[in-house]
Design a protein around this ligand. Structure first.
Ligand code: ADP
Ligand code: MG
Length: 594
C-alpha cells in the first residue's frame, strides 16, 4: 500500500488533470446510467398501449431521443476525457524521466561502476510506462466505478432490493479473489524483470562495443546469451499467465453464478407480476451495466499489483542516496596557485580490499608530475580521488591547503581539467564536443583551443568543418583525432589543475608528435599529474612518483631516480635490454619503450 501511495504522490502535481479526467468519466457514467430509465419509460408506455390502455406516443419518441442525446453525450465526454488522459500521461512521463535522470546524475561514481547502463535505462522505461498506465487507468476507472456502483445499487434497490443485495455481494468476492492472486503473480514478475534487465544490459553493452563483438566473432554467442534470458522470461510467463487465468476463470464463474440467481429472480418475479415489463428490462440493463465497474475494480486491483511489481526497481534506484554529497558547510575552493598535497591517503573501493595503503606526496604549483607503477597499483584511482569521485577512508587531499572534502564538488571540479586515456566523446558536432569544456565559449575561443590542440588543421579539412557530426563516441574519427579533440576540450576548460591519462594506443609517429605537442601546450602553467605510458614523457617531468603495494616508493626528479635502484631505474634498464623480455616487463607498468 505504501508503494501505491508513493506512485500517486509522484503524479500529485498533476491533480488538476486527474480531477478533469474524473469529472468527464463521471459525466459519461451518469449518461449511460440514465439509459435504462429511459428504456423502462418507453417500454411501460408501449405495454400500456398494447394492453389497450391510453399512452403518449410522443413520450415514447422523446425517450428514444433522450437515449440518442445521452449516446452523443457519452461520445463527447469520452473523447474529452481521453484527450485529458493523454496529456496527463505525457506530462507524467516527462516528470518521471526528468526526476530519474536528475537523481542518477547526483549518484556517485561507485553506483555506475556496479550497474549496467542498459539496466538503468530499462528500469526507467518499465517504471515510467507502468506508472503512467496505472495512474491513467485509475483516473479513468476509479471515480466512474464509485459513481456507477452507488447510483446503480440505489436505483436497483428502490425497485428490487434482493437484486441489489446479490449484486453487492459480488464486490468483496471479486476483489478478494484478485488480491489473493497478487503475491504469487508478483514473485513471477520479479523473476521476469530480472531477466529483462540482464538482457537489455547486455544488449546495450554489446552494441556499445560492437567492434569487440565482431572482431572476436561473438555475434552468435551474444545472441544466444540474449535469447536465453528471453527463454527464461517465456518459461516464467507460462505458469504466471496460466495461474492468473485460472484464477480469472474462477472469479468469473462466481460472477456468472450470481448473475444466474439475479436473472432467475427477476424473470420469476416478473412472471409473478411483481415487476412491470419495463422494470424487468431496466433491472436487466442495470445488472449488465454493473458488470463494468466490477470488472474495472478488479482490473484496478490487478494493475495496482503490476504497478507495484514493475516499479520496484525504479523506486529502488530513486532510493539510492548519494553518499558523496557536499558537506553542509562546504565552501568554494579558492585556487591561488594550484598546489596539490596527498597526506597519508588510505582508500579502497566499496567492498574491495585496500588499494592505497598510505599515499603522501605534494606537487608545487605549476609542477608536472608523473605517476608510475605497475598496472593495477592505483594510478587511475589517485586521479579519481583528486576529482572527489570517491570518498577516501583516511588521510587528507589538499588543494592550496584546502581539504577537498570540505569544499563544494562543483568548485573542485571546475578547477580540474581531465584528458582521459580513452577520449570519450559525444555524438554531435565537433564544435559541440570541444565546447563541452566550456558551454559559453565563443567560436573564436573554440577555434583557438583547436589550434593549440593541433586539431584545427584536420577539422578544417572536413567539408563541414566544425559542424561535422562525429557519431556516438567519436567513432568516425581516428584515435589521434579523437585525442586532439579531447585535448581541445580540456584547453577550453582552462582549469589550473590538469589530470592527464596518457593514451596507450600507439599512434603513428606523425599524429603522436602532434598529440604530444598539443599536450605540452596544455600543460604549460598548470599543475599537472600525468599517468605516463611512455618513458619519454616520464623523462620530461619535474617529479616522478612511483607507487608500489599501495604506498609511495620514491619521489624525485628523473635525474635523481635514474640510478636509485627504484622502479624508474628498473624501467630504464628494461628499455636498455631492447629485447622482447624487456618490453614485456615495461608492459607490466603500462609503459611503451619510446
Ligand atoms: P592503475 O590505474 O594503476 O592500473 P587502478 O587505479 O585502475 O590501477 O586500479 C587499482 C586497483 O583498484 C585495481 O586492483 C583494480 O582492480 C581496483 N579497482 C579499480 N576500479 C575499481 C572499482 N570501480 N571498483 C572496485 N575496484 C576497482
Ligand atoms: Mg589506469
Amino acid at each position: 500500500m505504501k508503494h501505491i501511495i508513493r506512485i500517486f504522490k509522484f503524479g500529485s502535481s498533476l491533480w488538476r488533470y486527474y480531477i478533469g479526467v474524473g469529472v468527464f468519466t463521471i459525466l459519461m457514467a451518469a449518461m449511460s446510467q440514465l439509459q435504462p430509465l429511459f428504456t423502462k419509460g418507453a417500454i411501460d408506455q408501449i405495454t400500456k398501449l398494447l394492453s389497450g390502455g391510453k399512452a403518449d406516443i410522443d413520450l415514447v419518441a422523446l425517450y428514444a431521443v433522450l437515449i440518442f442525446v445521452t449516446d452523443v453525450g457519452q461520445t463527447l465526454m469520452s473523447n474529452i476525457g481521453g484527450y485529458l488522459g493523454d496529456m496527463v500521461a505525457v506530462k507524467l512521463q516527462r516528470l518521471m524521466s526528468q526526476r530519474y535522470y536528475e537523481h542518477l546524475l547526483t549518484l556517485p561514481q561507485a553506483y555506475f561502476d556496479s550497474e549496467l547502463t542498459g539496466k538503468i535505462i530499462n528500469r526507467m522505461n518499465r517504471g515510467i510506462n507502468q506508472i503512467t498506465d496505472f495512474i491513467q487507468m485509475v483516473s479513468n476507472n476509479f471515480l466512474q466505478f464509485i459513481f456507477s456502483t452507488i447510483f446503480t445499487l440505489i436505483i436497483v434497490a428502490i425497485y428490487a432490493w434482493p437484486v441489489a443485495l446479490m449484486l453487492l455481494s459480488l464486490y468483496p468476492i471479486f476483489i478478494g479473489f484478485t488480491i489473493k492472486t497478487s503475491g504469487k503473480w508478483q514473485s513471477y514478475q520479479k523473476k521476469i524483470n530480472e531477466q529483462l534487465d540482464i538482457a537489455s544490459g547486455r544488449f546495450a553493452e554489446s552494441i556499445g562495443q560492437i567492434k569487440v563483438v565482431k572482431s572476436f566473432l561473438r555475434e552468435a554467442s551474444e545472441l544466444k546469451y540474449f535469447n536465453k534470458r528471453f527463454e527464461t522470461v517465456v518459461k516464467t510467463t507460462r505458469p504466471q499467465s496460466r495461474f492468473w487465468h485460472k484464477q480469472d476463470v474462477l472469479r468469473r464463474l462466481v460472477l456468472n453464478v450470481i448473475f444466474l440467481l439475479v436473472f432467475v429472480y427477476i424473470f420469476v418475479e416478473t412472471a409473478h407480476g411483481l415487476y412491470s415489463l419495463g422494470t424487468m428490462v431496466m433491472l436487466i440493463q442495470y445488472a449488465m451495466l454493473i458488470r463494468i465497474p466490477i470488472f474495472s475494480i478488479s482490473f484496478v486491483v490487478d494493475q495496482a499489483q503490476r504497478a507495484v511489481a514493475n516499479t520496484k526497481d525504479y523506486f529502488d534506484a530513486m532510493d539510492v542516496r548519494p553518499d558523496l554529497t557536499d558537506d553542509k558547510n562546504a565552501k568554494k575552493l579558492i585556487i591561488q596557485s594550484a598546489s596539490i598535497e596527498f597526506k597519508n591517503v588510505v582508500f579502497h573501493y566499496p567492498g574491495s580490499p585496500l588499494v592505497l595503503k598510505q599515499i603522501s606526496f605534494s606537487l608545487e604549483p605549476g609542477m608536472k608530475a608523473a605517476l608510475v607503477g605497475e598496472s593495477g597499483q592505483g594510478k587511475t584511482t589517485i586521479t579519481s580521488l583528486i576529482l572527489h569521485l570517491y570518498a577516501i577512508k583516511n588521510g587528507e587531499i589538499l588543494i592550496d591547503g584546502q581539504n577537498i572534502n570540505k569544499v563544494t564538488q562543483e568548485s573542485l571540479r571546475e578547477s580540474i581539467a581531465v584528458v582521459f586515456q580513452e577520449p570519450y566523446l559525444f555524438s554531435g558536432t565537433i564544435r559541440e564536443n570541444i565546447s563541452y569544456g566550456s558551454a559559453q565559449a565563443t567560436d573564436r575561443a573554440i577555434i583557438s583551443a583547436a589550434k593549440s590542440a593541433n586539431a584545427h588543421e584536420f577539422i578544417s579539412k572536413f567539408k563541414k568543418g566544425y559542424d561535422t557530426e562525429i557519431g556516438e563516441r567519436g567513432l568516425r574519427l581516428s584515435g589521434g583525432q579523437k585525442q586532439r579533440i579531447a585535448i581541445a576540450r580540456a584547453i577550453l576548460k582552462d582549469a589550473p589543475i590538469l589530470i592527464l591519462d596518457e593514451a596507450t594506443s600507439s599512434l603513428d609517429t606523425k599524429s603522436e608528435r602532434k598529440v604530444q605537442q598539443a599536450l605540452s601546450r596544455l600543460m604549460k602553467g598548470r599543475t599537472t599529474l600525468i599517468i605516463a605510458h611512455r618513458l619519454s614523457t616520464i623523462a620530461s617531468v619535474d617529479r616522478i612518483i612511483t607507487i608500489d603495494g599501495g604506498i609511495v616508493q620514491e619521489i624525485g626528479t628523473p635525474e635523481e631516480l635514474e640510478n636509485s635502484g627504484g622502479i624508474y631505474a628498473k624501467l630504464l634498464n628494461f628499455q636498455k635490454i631492447h629485447t622482447t623480455a624487456g618490453e614485456k616487463r615495461l608492459k607490466k607498468y603500462e609503459i611503451e619503450a619510446i
